[in-house]
Write a protein that binds this ligand. Structure first.
Ligand code: SF4
Length: 371
């Protein structure tokens, strides 16, 4: 019997008026492949009903935009497109918007994002007279962009940004590694966006590749958090097939989610699941460890490829300095934390005293390598 063809489910994206596929094709990984493969990937994605594509000015210094522009020629109107810029003033963002439109071979783009806003200082520059917001709004008035989005690698920027910027969309992480040390994504940011009717596009369902052993589970887990759209970097036709299959299977049930968190090989005997067995201070300490290195540097045995992946991905968000400054403000009694750790029995078999020693060394700027 012929296999039934899968078609991606669609959704109204916030209040943008766009009806988009719940799986988006991420542009970052288009940098790694030739235009010919990008074309195959786009064709397959469209074949499944995919119509939402995101990229950024910085991906390969415009290479992702250019490749997409080439393969979308003649069918650009069949897609909802978005790109991003890290510019903070009106002139620079206008230059970026113009470059994006040239690269994508189009005269307008549906959404343009403030890309990776790192802190209040940058947000203030964006908001200031002649700042990037002014440039964005002018481009919107002229019909060059349809709406505005926000992404960041520092979570407090989302609430601040949604409060101060007239945005339509956010782009934020959604995966079962980051959820464990950044619970505010689900507890605060998603509900705040929903309240303001801001569309939620979610990224990094595979934790930048760290969760590569479990792609289907990772995508179904991400969908269980109910973002509008899941953005996934796919650099082969096979990846598109796998991602579509996962989305079409539907979100994980909460029982499946619990099993995944208990058994996921990437979490193993090191990543804190934030159960109730440790004190609130210890739980927070381990969340700060996530800021430092995503709890990837565990000094346990791994094969060389996995070890290399951990080294590459662990500093990805550059949040170590922020973690150290939050840690200093806390003024915890470190001996008390160590004593508490000695009394904990972890249901995930994590050696809590060892993890506490390592985390304290990481946050104190000491040498965790010799602990
Ligand atoms: S007992 Fe284990 S999973 Fe639970 S909070 Fe402590 S370290 Fe984390």
């Amino acid at each position: 019997m012929e296999k039934q063809k899968l078609i991606l489910p669609k959704i109204q994206l916030g209040n943008t008026g766009h009806h988009v596929s719940r799986l988006a094709l991420g542009g970052f990984h288009q940098v790694e492949i030739s235009s010919e493969i990008v074309e195959n990937v786009v064709n397959r994605f469209q074949d499944y009903g995919g119509n939402y594509i995101e990229t950024a000015r910085s991906y390969g210094d415009g290479a992702s935009e250019k490749k997409l522009g080439k393969v979308l020629e003649g069918r650009r109107d069949q897609f909802v497109l978005c790109s991003k810029s890290g510019a903070d003033n009106a002139d620079d963002i206008r230059r970026d918007i113009d470059a994006t439109l040239t690269n994508l071979k189009t005269d307008h783009i549906e959404f343009y994002y403030f890309h990776g806003v790192p802190d209040k200082e940058k947000l203030n520059k964006i908001l200031a007279p002649k700042g990037a917001l002014e440039g964005m709004l002018k481009a919107k008035d002229e019909g060059l962009i349809g709406g505005i989005g926000l992404s960041s690698h520092y979570l407090p920027m989302y609430i601040e940004g949604m409060t101060k910027l007239p945005i339509d969309l956010i782009l934020i992480w959604c995966n079962y590694l980051e959820d464990l040390y950044l619970p505010e994504i689900q507890e605060d940011i998603f509900p705040f966006a929903r309240e303001k009717n801001i569309g939620i596009t979610a990224m990094k369902p595979l934790g930048d590749g760290f969760l590569y052993r479990s792609p289907t589970q990772a995508m179904r887990y991400a969908m269980s958090n109910n973002p509008d759209v899941l953005v996934c970097g796919m650099n082969s036709v096979q990846h598109v097939d796998e991602a579509v299959e996962a989305i079409c299977q539907g979100p994980m049930t909460s029982a499946e989610g619990k099993t995944l968190l208990a058994e996921a090989p990437e979490l193993g005997k090191y990543v804190c699941r934030q159960c109730g067995n440790c004190s609130p201070s210890l739980k927070e300490l381990f969340r700060l460890e996530g800021y430092v290195d995503r709890q990837m540097i565990d000094y346990l045995e791994h094969n060389p490829a996995d070890y290399a992946l951990r080294l590459r991905l662990s500093p990805w968000f550059s949040l170590k300095e922020k973690a150290i400054s939050i840690f200093k403000e806390k003024k915890w009694d470190e001996q008390k934390l160590k004593d508490e750790a000695g009394t904990v029995s972890c249901p995930y078999d994590i050696d809590v005293p060892r993890k506490t020693r390592l985390t304290l060394a990481k946050l104190n700027g000491g040498n965790a390598d010799i602990i």
